[in-house]
Design a protein around this ligand. Structure first.
Ligand code: PDD
Length: 287
């Protein structure tokens, strides 16, 4: 059955949902996005995603297409119209269609941003079999641009990284800059030794994950120690456990890094526990 997609104020069948070939999102990757998960028909961590969208827009001098309340209403409407129980909502804002190609930004008073949202139904998203076996990751060089804190639609290198991982028989790639892990292709990266969780500190080098913020808060509440600092692949390979977080994977255990199994090669107790806590607590405050 065809999905209902939102484009600039209209709810349309996906076949009719179109944007211009001159849209700067298409020509320049001049756009930002958010992915929010839906569990039990409710939005997980929506305030965080909406706040990060505002920040991404502001960092790029891009106009906001509508208020946070309107964005929430559109998200909810799409969940209802598409009957989403479990899944994802993709939201993208681009600098719009100035009617031609030009490196200079168009005047925001004349060219309005383009707002597109669509749903992805994923029944049983929180019960993913992968969470029971864990992911294998490889390491690759991080050659992305220097503002990874802005959630832009420039995702070619992360896609290439995902393909490199697949070709190597792995599930994802961890990106390495100056010998240190930055993050995964589309998730934040963590290692665990004993009761101590280590993850890279926030800066322009990584995306400020909304799941990361929640998980670190829950970890501290559960008396786990959290250290925000960079780590090497060698340190990760010697760790007891590792995991990644994102809106689509929640807390996903990592069991192998560059062919080296962590511990007994099975998801560790800390990652497993944090996944349970995250899912339980974030469902309670879902909207
Ligand atoms: N990706 N780092 C990168 C590079 C990401 O693309 C993402 C999210 C994250 C985790 O952020 P959050 O916890 O807010 O989802 C970290 C989304 C899920 C995506 O591109 O599909």
């Amino acid at each position: 059955m065809s999905r209902t997609v939102y484009v600039n104020g209209d709810y349309l069948p996906e076949e009719e949902a179109v944007v211009s070939v001159f849209d700067r999102g298409f020509l320049m990757a001049d756009g930002v996005y958010e992915v929010t998960s839906v569990l039990g028909g409710k939005l997980i961590d929506f305030p965080g995603h909406s706040a990060r969208l505002t920040r991404s827009l502001s960092e790029l001098d891009m106009a906001s297409p509508c208020s946070d309340e309107e964005l929430l209403a559109i998200h909810r409407e799409l969940v209802v119209r598409n009957g989403i129980e479990d899944g994802l909502i993709y939201m993208q804002v681009t600098r719009g269609n100035p009617g031609d190609r030009d490196f200079a930004f168009p005047d925001p008073k004349v060219t309005r941003p383009t707002l597109v949202l669509f749903t992805q139904s994923k029944p049983g998203l929180a019960d993913s079999p992968a969470a029971k076996t864990g992911w294998k990751v490889i390491s690759i060089e991080d050659i992305r641009w220097g503002r990874r804190d802005i959630k832009t639609t420039q995702l070619l290198y992360p896609s290439m990284g995902k393909m490199m991982a697949k070709k190597a028989g792995a599930d994802d790639a961890w990106l390495i800059e100056d010998g240190m892990v930055t993050e995964g292709t589309s998730n934040n990266a963590y290692i665990v030794t004993g009761n101590r969780i280590v993850t890279r500190a926030l800066s322009n080098d990584i995306l400020h994950g909304i799941t990361r913020a929640a998980v670190l808060r829950f970890a501290a509440e559960a008396q786990m120690q959290v250290e925000e600092r960079s780590f090497t692949i060698e340190e990760a390979q010697a760790a007891d456990e590792a995991f990644v977080t994102s809106a689509s994977a929640f807390v996903m255990p990592v069991v192998e890094i560059d062919g080296t199994a962590l511990g007994d090669g099975k998801p560790g107790p800390v990652a497993t526990r944090l996944r349970e806590i995250y899912l339980e607590e974030s469902r309670k405050v879902a909207v």
